[in-house]
Design a protein around this ligand. Structure first.
Ligand code: HEM
Length: 156
């Protein structure tokens, strides 16, 4: 009988250790969108980003003429789409949206820092933050070199 008790308590300890190890890990069938907190999580991230941009001296000038309501809703839509949330992004292409800005690396880095701060403030798990950032990487070239992606008027 004491033997059985010891085996049971051993099993319990193993289960507790396994649960602890599993806490914070992703469930295999969860989308990135779910790990970001769904619509509520993505909306909070975007609102936090707008807040960060509002006090970013380096970037705020770019948004002087921007319709912020539209920017907010298109960005929510885009983050939902890239994180497999089932949305369809209906905004401008990344080349069109950034075509007149002549952005350099320091602008890009500054926006990424603001996005990380926005995700930290939203309580987004670091693994989900990294996954979202890596899904935005393929857009880098289009944002930074829009002219490569836009139709040019070729002389006929
Ligand atoms: C991967 C990086 C980026 C992504 C995914 C992204 C995404 C977007 C999206 C979805 C829009 C809205 C497009 C629309 O209105 O249809 C937008 C617009 C805009 N983005 Fe970005 N962006 C990125 C990088 C940057 C950077 C580095 C800046 C630097 C300041 C920037 C500044 C702007 C501005 C000012 C607008 C508004 C343009 C306007 O007023 O029409 N973006 N961006």
């Amino acid at each position: 009988m004491p033997e059985l008790k010891r085996t049971l308590s051993h099993l319990c300890l193993v289960s507790v250790l396994m649960l602890t190890a599993c806490a914070g890990q992703t469930k295999p069938d969860e989308t990135l969108y779910q790990r970001l907190g769904g619509l509520q999580g993505v909306t909070t991230i975007v609102d936090n980003l707008l807040y960060e941009l509002g006090s970013n001296e380096k970037l705020i000038g770019f948004f002087a003429e921007t319709d912020i309501d539209r920017f907010r809703s298109k960005l929510i839509e885009q983050l939902c789409q890239v994180s497999d949330g089932g949305c369809e992004y209906t905004g401008d292409s990344m080349a069109q949206a950034h075509s007149t800005m002549s952005l350099d690396q320091s602008h890009f880095d500054s926006l990424v820092n603001d996005l990380i701060a926005a995700m930290d403030a939203a309580g987004t798990p670091v693994t989900a933050q990294n996954d979202l950032l890596s899904r935005l990487v393929p857009m880098y070239d289009e944002v930074m070199h829009p002219q490569r992606y836009l139709e040019t008027d070729s002389p006929s």
